[in-house]
Ligand binder design. Structure first.
Ligand code: SF4
Length: 242
């Protein structure tokens, strides 16, 4: 019997969620409440639409010739690890069909439930929203501890990972916060690169439509100079950053 889950949407030829050209499945439901979230309509697990693994595989196969290695399939969200059985089955089927698989996660999860999912993941895109614990909670409304535990586990099992950090002026950009994250990431031998994602407001209209209070309406994207300085902090720890 095919496994059923809830998804927010799909993107058939994504270029920003992992290497190459990718089929991206955005799952529904997220336990975080990031102030800059550009998909706030992902948060409630019962929203979105039902999808079966069979249906998704049928759609993915239609794009097989476009998403060959180094491209592949990325499962993003929302938080994919809120639906571990569904996501595991989907990734397993993708691996059986020969696709490279990536999982985009905040790492805020029950690690024991996540472990069987990771068996079918080639690359983890781990979003670490900040390093200072209080700031992390301000940004996400949850604790950083599960994410750090998740990151250490990935290192332990030598799972290739890219770290993603959203740079928000006046929020996540204080130097001690960035340096703390860079120092932590430098201890992880499985990290292939760090992606600095400049804050943008493309999701602002969704916050308004949903009647949520968008606290970053006066915040501007970081200047290229600030982005470069942030990249430099990671590079100075021997990390590849862009
Ligand atoms: S983890 Fe992603 S989907 Fe969830 S609230 Fe944060 S930015 Fe939005």
């Amino acid at each position: 019997m095919t496994t059923t889950g809830r998804i927010h949407s799909i993107e058939t030829c994504g270029t920003v969620d992992g290497p190459g050209l990718r089929f991206v499945v955005f799952t529904q439901g997220c336990p975080l409440r990031c102030l800059y979230c550009h998909n706030p309509d992902c948060r409630h697990p019962s929203d979105g639409k039902e999808a079966t693994v069979d249906d998704l595989m049928h759609e993915i196969q239609a794009y097989a010739s476009y998403i060959q290695f180094p491209g592949g399939v990325t499962v993003s969200g929302g938080e994919p690890l809120m639906q571990p059985e569904f996501v595991r089955e989907l990734l397993k089927r993708c691996k059986e069909s020969g696709f490279h698989t990536a999982l985009d996660t905040s790492g805020y999860t029950d690690l024991e439930a996540a472990k069987p999912v990771l068996e079918y993941v080639d690359l983890v895109l781990l979003d670490i929203k900040s390093f200072d614990p209080d700031l992390y909670t301000t940004v996400t409304h949850v604790s950083i501890e599960p994410t750090l535990k998740f990151a250490r586990y990935l290192n332990e099992i030598h799972k290739p990972a890219w770290i993603r950090f959203v740079l928000v002026p006046g929020l996540t950009d204080p130097t001690p916060n960035v340096e703390g994250l860079a120092d932590f990431v430098a201890t992880l031998k499985n990290v292939e690169k760090v992606e600095i994602l400049p804050f943008h407001k493309m999701g602002e209209y969704k916050w308004e439509q949903l009647g949520y209070d968008y606290q970053l309406k006066d915040t501007q994207p970081p200047t290229s100079e600030v982005v470069d300085q942030t990249i430099h902090i990671f590079e100075s720890r021997g990390l590849k950053a862009a």
